[in-house]
Write a protein that binds this ligand. Structure first.
Ligand SMILES: Nc1ncnc2c1ncn2[C@@H]1O[C@H](COP(=O)(O)OP(=O)(O)OP(=O)(O)O)[C@@H](O)[C@H]1O
Ligand SMILES: [Mg+2]
Length: 379
């Protein structure tokens, strides 16, 4: 590269720094576009790299740009924005995939990545999927994961929040949001889909609800195959069967089992707590039947307490493990796991769980040996 080009680069570099620091992202993109053109002859590889970067990030023609130009739909009564938009969805920690949903979600991603093969076979990719499961097990997270994998914005419409005080307006709101989302290459999540069905009990509003269900059905039918429409519900039984049928795939999100809890602890606690490995098994026993979000909340509360009171996190985790379970079999299982893993003494385990020391002694391994758990003892 010549001296002259170097100073061109230096000038560009300074200009870029100036406009980036002032937060004018569109100007940054424009400048990079122009620079890529200018460098095309003198420095091909640099021009190529710039072009690739521009293609990967929102550009003038990208869905995000398009979205910025169309105003977000607002509720006619409250004027509140109806949609939550995550232009570049990110996830703090990777989701723990239950095998049931890992396969289904990977299939959706694979179809989009191999659209040409599907086209050749005269097929369209999956347009819609319904996520079913209790709260806090990863339905919203899976939508975010999907949008991130496919490099699309995620739009979330919380139907419970949108059910306008004037039910008659909800149909209009719903149509408004779906029309907007259809114009963008996005992943749209209709959260709390059963909110529509729940109001059915209210006799006075049955007519309006029927109309609303009809609007939703029409909108799902019209959904373009370029977009991805997801629905999430905690109460599948409440959902109108006609809506249920409209979704091409139904994915169940179960509560985590012990292995999933252990994996979750490794993902989320291990990076901040060196002794995580020792705690994995006892906490997995203690957290049986809890959702990921409940577990996450408990762990964060324990960490906060330990941090501000300057006590070892191990002490808080011991209290946490002891306080999670109430039935006798589970208390015994937690007490045994704590002692077996050398985390607390038998006396402490008794204080934490209320299980008699004799019981703990009979069920724990002799010092230095980990006892094999029998199925009968599992909580
Ligand atoms: N499968 C999972 N793997 C890892 N973390 C999870 C998982 N599921 C939930 N979490 C944690 O719990 C939080 C809440 O999960 P999420 O919002 O996805 O639950 P949800 O199933 O959509 O619940 P709701 O029915 O209440 O909307 C996530 O942000 C994440 O930190
Ligand atoms: Mg959710």
């Amino acid at each position: 590269m010549t001296e002259g080009k170097k100073s061109d680069l230096a000038t560009d570099y300074l200009k870029l720094a100036r406009i980036s620091l002032s937060g004018r992202i569109q100007d940054v993109q424009l400048m990079l576009h122009r620079a890529a053109k200018r460098y095309r002859t003198s420095d091909g590889p640099l021009a190529d790299s710039l072009t690739t970067l521009l293609q990967e990030s929102p550009t003038l023609a990208s869905p995000l740009r398009k979205q910025a130009e169309i105003p977000l739909p607002v509720d006619l009564d409250s004027r509140l924005h109806l949609l939550r938009v995550e232009t570049e969805p990110t996830i703090d920690h990777e989701p723990i995939f239950a095998p049931e949903w890992a396969a289904a979600l990977n299939q959706i991603v694979a179809e989009r990545r191999n659209a040409a093969s599907l086209n050749r076979a005269g097929l369209q990719p999956t347009r819609s999927a319904l996520f079913v499961g209790p709260p806090g097990v990863g339905k919203t997270m899976a939508a975010r994961w999907l949008a991130r994998e496919l490099k699309r914005p995620l739009l979330i419409l919380d139907l419970a929040a949108v059910m306008s005080s004037l039910l008659g307006r909800t149909g209009g709101n719903l149509r408004h949001v779906l029309d907007y989302a259809k114009g963008i290459n996005c992943v749209l999540l209709l959260d709390e889909l059963d909110a529509i069905a729940k109001r059915r009990d209210d006799q006075g509003e049955i007519g309006e609800l029927k109309r609303l269900v009809t609007v939703l059905i029409q909108q799902i039918d019209d959904w373009p195959s370029s977009g991805i429409l997801l629905g999430a519900t905690n109460h599948p039984a409440l959902l109108d069967p006609a809506i249920w049928r409209r979704f091409e795939t139904h994915i169940s999100f179960p509560l985590p089992d012990r292995a999933a809890v252990a994996q979750f602890l490794t993902e989320t606690l291990a990076p901040v707590f060196p002794n995580t490995a020792a705690w994995t098994a006892p906490l997995a026993v203690a957290f049986a039947g809890k959702s990921f979000s409940d577990i996450e909340r408990e762990l964060i509360a324990a960490r906060r307490y330990a941090a501000i009171n300057d006590v070892p996190l191990d002490d808080r985790l011991a209290i946490l493990a002891g306080s999670q379970v109430t039935d006798k079999a589970s208390r015994i299982a937690v007490a045994t796991a704590l002692v077996d893993h050398g985390l607390v003494s038998q006396r402490k385990a008794r204080a934490l769980t209320g299980v008699a020391r004799d019981t703990i002694r009979n069920r724990t391994a002799p010092k230095g040996k980990l006892r094999r758990r029998t199925d009968r003892e599992a909580p």
